[in-house]
Design a protein around this ligand. Structure first.
Ligand code: SF4
Length: 449
């Protein structure tokens, strides 16, 4: 749900809106961290902070605590209702948004798990292409279980950039596994960091199988799958799907993106994975300014690695999410959507020529109207399950805060199947590239049969 009423009732500028949404998601932070947390240019921070302070929304901690945070939730709601009354905002809409805010505030600092589900599709969306439908059926919905944040790479686009590197212990992981089963989930995705570095990985996989997970997916940079019997041991323990990362068919560009010289090991790891027709395979290539020109070559290399394979394989290209490391390196890494679109279209064209079922994520329909059926975001959703235990609730906070649709999207023909742009992208470049597609007039729509 887009928190539009809340950012409009105070007539906040876009930087102040971004800062308010960031404040909703943490308790208190030092001033020096605020621009990074809100994905703002540091020069925009002072004015944004002044706007929120002048509305009474931000306060420092008690005593000598100079960190800044949101006012308590009761005060926040009182101020919101008063501002909404003055602005003549729809009270029903405001109450819905305040409910989301309450949930998010209650969840700050609590454990949560993420569930990735098939998305409810709008009427008239059409069926996904056959390999996409098979992939969704085979893997979704799944519990996204992070084993820790340790990694042997340090990718420029990593979303864990500033998190302390650690490994979660087995008891904690088992509790999440049991919880996932109580939620009725049968598929499990093991992520990190790099999950193959976890000392108890084989135990986690066996435990998941014993608990009744029918599908265990390993999401990996593939560098360790090239060594010895690593892959065989994982498959023996119960892994039956692998998702690997591969960004460029070029060792130099790969090293610049991963900050690790591991191209040969990764290619060998992928080659070994592809040999196993019995497992489901997926791949993610992150589209950045550094590999943009190389996308058609990347597709050819992936097709070559998958040649002769009879098992399911679904490759994806993801527009870089300008968060964490990618936000730090935003000038070098994040292209404009309209700069990226022709290259992505060339890659999709090459994939169709080679009969490779390439999908993509993170580029809205108005920027790239061709190849709509291959837009994976039309088919998947992200939920955060908070308050583990009996009081579990599903909440889409992840999407509410990560993505942004400007007001014009409400008139767009694609509004239901489109998630808009990354919020951080909107902070960086604005939303002028988005051009709502007029919805067909009722008399132009086909008659219901
Ligand atoms: S105008 Fe908005 S809803 Fe329409 S395709 Fe673009 S981003 Fe999506």
């Amino acid at each position: 749900m887009e928190l539009q009423a809340l950012t409009r009732i105070w007539k906040l500028s876009p930087p102040a809106s971004a800062l308010l949404l960031a404040f909703l998601q943490f308790r208190r932070e030092p001033r020096g961290r605020l621009a990074h947390l809100a994905r703002l240019e540091p020069r925009d921070l002072p004015a944004a902070l002044d706007e929120l302070r002048s509305r009474g929304l931000v306060q420092p901690g008690a005593g000598r605590d100079r960190r800044l945070g949101l006012v308590d939730i009761e005060t926040f709601e009182r101020l919101a209702r008063r501002a909404a009354g003055r602005a003549g905002a729809d009270p029903g809409r405001l109450e819905l948004e305040l409910e989301v805010v309450r949930e998010v505030r209650e969840a700050v600092g609590r454990p949560s798990i993420t569930v990735i589900s098939p998305r409810e599709r709008a009427r008239g969306d059409g069926e996904p292409p056959r390999p996409v439908a098979e992939y969704l059926r085979a893997l979704f919905p799944y519990l996204d279980l992070r084993l820790g944040t340790r990694c042997n790479f340090n990718c420029r686009y990593c979303l864990l950039g500033h998190e302390k590197r650690s490994t979660r212990d087995l008891a904690e992981l088992e509790a999440d596994l049991r919880h996932g089963r109580r939620l009725g989930l049968e598929c499990l995705s093991l992520t990190g960091g790099e999950p193959s570095l976890h000392p108890d990985l084989l135990r986690v996989i066996r435990r998941a199988r014993a608990l009744g997970y029918r599908r265990v997916i390993l999401v990996t940079n593939a560098s360790l799958l090239a060594s010895g019997r690593n892959l065989d041991r994982l498959l023996d323990a119960g892994v039956d799907a692998v998702g690997f990362s591969f960004d460029a068919a070029d060792p130099v560009v790969s090293r610049r993106l991963w900050r690790r010289d591991a191209y040969a090991q990764v290619v060998e790891g992928i080659r070994r994975v592809m040999e196993h027709d019995e497992i489901v395979v997926g791949s993610i290539s992150v589209l950045t300014r550094l590999n943009l020109q190389l996308l058609p070559g990347l597709v050819r290399r992936l097709a070559e690695l998958a040649r002769g394979r009879r098992g399911l394989y679904l490759p994806a290209i993801d527009f870089v999410m300008p968060e964490e490391n990618a936000w730090t390196h935003r000038r070098a890494l994040v292209p404009r959507l309209r700069e990226a679109a022709p290259h992505l279209e060339a890659a999709l064209g090459e994939a169709r020529r080679l009969d490779l079922p390439l999908v993509f994520r993170g580029v809205p329909a108005c920027v790239m109207p061709a190849h709509r059926e291959w837009d994976m975001e039309r088919y998947m959703s992200i939920f955060e399950v908070i308050d583990l235990g009996d009081r579990s609730r599903q909440h889409r906070a992840g999407l509410d805060f990560l993505r942004y649709k400007p007001p014009g999207c409400a008139m767009c023909a694609h509004r239901r199947g489109c998630l808009g742009v990354y919020r951080a992208y909107a902070n960086l470049y604005g939303t002028r590239e988005l051009r709502p597609v007029p919805a067909p007039r009722p008399e132009e729509q086909p008659c219901a049969s």
